[in-house]
Structures are given as structure tokens and as C-alpha cells.
Design a protein around this ligand. Structure first.
Ligand code: NAD
Length: 379
């Protein structure tokens, strides 16, 4: 296709966190352009966001329904929509887009509840349109390298994983101050039943399965609500069992005071282990049983082909969060283009899609059940 793909956005209104990040990332590689949006539930705020993104004022809509209706009639209508709203809207927006023949890139978690994600899975299958899910960390080159090392058996059989995602920003009842991001995340009707476990636990869960290539088969999770009066969990410790007999731990918290986005993954095999840390994402540490440890640097010519394929800059010029997001967008754009050219197919295995969405929602549901019953639960 000789033109850029046209993207619409739902969410990303004034003061929103992730919507503007999606715009930056989607446009980074020159394959996509934001042209329309229903950026807020308020028509006025949607217009204001549209102006700040410099889109045609007539394409800043008062609702996502109006956007899909108008855009699907235009010859130059949007090719896909990105969903960057609170979780309760992920399913209705995705369903409306798919019904209008518009592909979907959604932020995580895929939906608010497990029941909803099963409906979404059916809608994606019957529409036959690309559906991508922005588990951002899957876009880092050294996460791709770690995944390739595991797939090649470089570590030997995997025996143990340790993943943690620690934040401190909800250490006090921020949601009672009107802080927008905290407010909806603490409201079960807007967020879904899994608080911290849904917001960041799903990222940790996804990273384990994505890097190791192993599915988690059962877990024993203890969810807690540390801050008095909060309606959802804000802290979790879980034990994991993986297929192949490996075991592991998953810890996530939003009350770990002082932490920002402390996502760290360690994977131990018979021959060695890897460690990747999101706040220092351009290094991958590999420790060997019987030789000195290595540090693999982003852009190193010795990295796996999968890592080099998503590398933009020479070593020592750090790539980060927006570039990782942009990797997912580049892969998604290629899938949408193929579909538009009449060559529909599965998403590349490196890009999270509906299967990852279903796994993530199952993880939340299972963790809540395990915590409620104080028992191991099977997936
Ligand atoms: P936010 O509160 O900052 O932004 C949400 C936006 O949605 C707001 O602009 C709000 O006005 C808009 N909105 C609400 N109802 C709407 C409606 N009916 N129509 C149109 N717009 C509407 O929230 P956020 O922190 O940006 O999170 C949004 C989503 O992104 C969540 O699902 C969250 O889990 C996810 N997220 C993902 C990552 C990541 O790393 N992938 C990071 C942060 C957030």
C-alpha cells in the first residue's frame, strides 16, 4: 500500500496517560497517521483533544458509535482503531469497531472480565479482522532476544522463573483525591474485578509466557488490599507452576512505596539464567553455570535476528518505552496492510493478540479465585 494507514482513537482525551503515547508510537515509523477520534465521553473535550493532535475538527467525534458510523462511510475512513479507555469500554468499543469492519489495536487488559473476553474472542473470529493487544514490554529488542535465547534452548531446560512488577503510586488512597487514573482503576465497575493484578499483574504474567514460551498451568495467589477503604486489590504474591515442570513466583504491587515501574524478569535453566529489567531495558544479563556472566547490549551485532529486526538505533543510543510500543504498531500495521491487500493471515507470533488477551483475563480470574479459596487453582 502506498499510503499511511489511518488510525482512529477512543480515549486519549485531555489529561489522559496512554492515548498520547499510542499516537507517538503509532506514528514513529511513518506507516500510520492519527486522523480521527472519540477522545473523551465529553464532546467538548473530544474536540479539544482533536485540536491538540491537529486532526480535522470534523473528525473529533462526540462518541465512538458516531465515529465508526461516519468513518465507515468515508472513502478515506479509518483502517483501524486504538482503544485507550478504562477497561469497561474495551469490549463494547472493540465489538462496535469489528462490526463496522474496522480492525482493532487495544490496550490491555483485553476486557474488564473473563466472560467478556470470551465474547471478544468470538467477535474477532467472526469478523476475521486483525486484533492486536499492547503488552508493551513484548516490543523491547532485548525481550525479543531473551525469548529467542529460551526458544533456542540456550539456557537448557527452564526450571524456575521470578517476575515482579512493583509500583508505589497507590501507596495512599489517591483515588479519593479525584486523580483520574487512580479513580477508575479503583472502581470495579470501570476497571473489572482485578485491581493491581489486572493493571500490572497481567503484564508480568504475559512477560513470563512470552519470554519462556511456556504456559502457566496453575497458580496459588494471595491478593491483598493494603490501603483501607480501597475496593480492589493493590498487592499480590503468587506461586506459579508452568508446563514442563518449571515453577516460579509472580509478585506485583502498587503500594511498594518508592518504586516506579520496577518490572524485572529472571529465568533460570539448567545451563544458565537471564535477567531483564524494564527500567534499564537496553541490557540483558546472562549468567552461566560454568563461565563468566555476559551483558548483552541493545543493538549488539551478536543479538538474535528477532532482536535485531526491531532495533532502530546504533548501540548506546537508548531505545525505550515509546520505541517498544512502536514495534508492536509496526507489526500490527503490516498485518492490517496484508489484510487490506486481500492477504489476511494470523498476526506474527511476536505480536500479542486475542490469544494473549484471553490468557491475561483467565489469569486475573484464576488469581482472584485462588486468593478467595486460599488454594492452588488450575488454569
Ligand atoms: P486515563 O484515565 O488516563 O485515560 C482514559 C481516557 O479514556 C480518558 O481520556 C477518558 O476521557 C477516555 N474515555 C472514558 N470514557 C470514554 C468514552 N466513553 N469515549 C471516549 N473516551 C472515553 O487512563 P490510562 O491510564 O490512559 O489507561 C487507559 C487504558 O490503557 C487502560 O485500559 C489501561 O489499562 C491501559 N494502559 C496500558 C499501559 C501499557 O503499558 N500498555 C499503560 C497505561 C495504561
Amino acid at each position: 500500500m502506498s499510503r499511511k494507514l489511518r488510525m482512529g482513537m477512543v480515549g486519549g482525551g485531555p489529561g489522559a496517560f496512554i492515548g498520547p503515547v499510542h499516537k507517538m508510537a503509532a506514528e514513529l515509523d511513518g506507516k500510520i497517521e492519527l486522523v480521527a477520534g472519540a477522545f473523551s465521553q465529553s464532546a467538548e473535550r473530544s474536540r479539544a483533544a482533536g485540536a491538540s493532535f491537529s486532526i480535522d475538527p470534523s473528525r473529533a467525534y462526540a462518541s465512538y458509535g458516531e465515529m465508526f458510523d461516519a468513518e465507515s462511510r468515508r472513502e478515506d475512513g479509518i483502517d483501524f482503531v486504538v482503544i485507550a479507555t478504562p477497561n469497561h469500554l474495551h469490549l463494547p468499543v472493540a465489538e462496535a469497531a469489528l462490526t463496522a469492519g474496522i480492525a482493532v489495536m487495544s490496550d490491555k487488559p483485553a476486557t474488564a472480565t473473563y466472560d467478556e473476553v470470551l465474547k471478544l474472542e468470538a467477535a474477532v473470529a467472526s469478523a476475521g479482522l486483525p486484533y492486536g493487544l499492547t503488552h508493551t514490554y513484548a516490543g523491547y529488542s532485548l525481550v525479543r532476544d531473551a525469548r529467542a535465547l529460551c526458544a533456542a534452548g540456550a539456557l537448557g531446560p527452564i526450571r524456575k522463573v521470578a517476575v515482579e512488577y512493583l509500583q508505589g503510586w497507590l501507596s495512599r488512597p489517591l483515588e479519593t483525591t479525584g486523580q483520574k487514573q487512580a479513580a477508575w482503576r479503583s472502581d470495579p465497575a470501570l476497571n473489572g474485578p482485578g485491581g493491581c493484578i489486572g493493571d500490572i499483574g497481567t503484564h508480568a504474567f504475559h512477560l513470563v509466557e512470552y519470554v519462556t514460551g511456556l504456559k502457566i498451568t496453575s497458580l496459588n495467589a494471595a491478593l491483598r488490599t493494603v490501603v483501607p477503604g480501597r475496593r480492589l486489590d493493590d498487592d499480590c504474591n503468587a506461586l506459579l507452576r508452568l508446563e514442563s515442570g518449571a515453577t516460579g513466583t509472580l509478585m506485583c504491587s502498587q503500594v511498594a512505596a518508592g518504586e516506579r515501574n520496577e518490572l524485572r524478569l529472571r529465568v533460570y535453566g539448567e545451563k544458565g539464567s537471564i535477567e531483564w529489567h524494564q527500567e534499564d531495558p537496553n541490557r540483558l544479563s546472562v549468567k552461566w553455570l560454568d563461565r563468566p556472566e555476559e551483558t548483552r547490549h541493545a543493538a549488539g551485532g551478536y543479538l538474535s535476528a528477532d532482536a535485531l529486526a526491531v532495533t532502530r538505533l546504533p548501540g548506546g543510543h537508548p531505545e525505550g518505552y515509546i520505541e517498544a510500543f512502536a514495534v508492536l504498531y509496526r507489526e500490527f500495521a503490516d498485518s492490517v496492510t496484508a489484510w487490506k491487500e486481500g492477504k489476511p493471515g494470523a498476526l506474527p507470533a511476536t505480536l500479542p493478540g486475542i490469544e494473549a488477551g484471553v490468557r491475561g483475563m483467565r489469569f486475573i480470574e484464576r488469581a482472584i479465585e485462588s486468593s478467595r479459596t486460599e488454594a492452588w487453582v488450575e488454569f
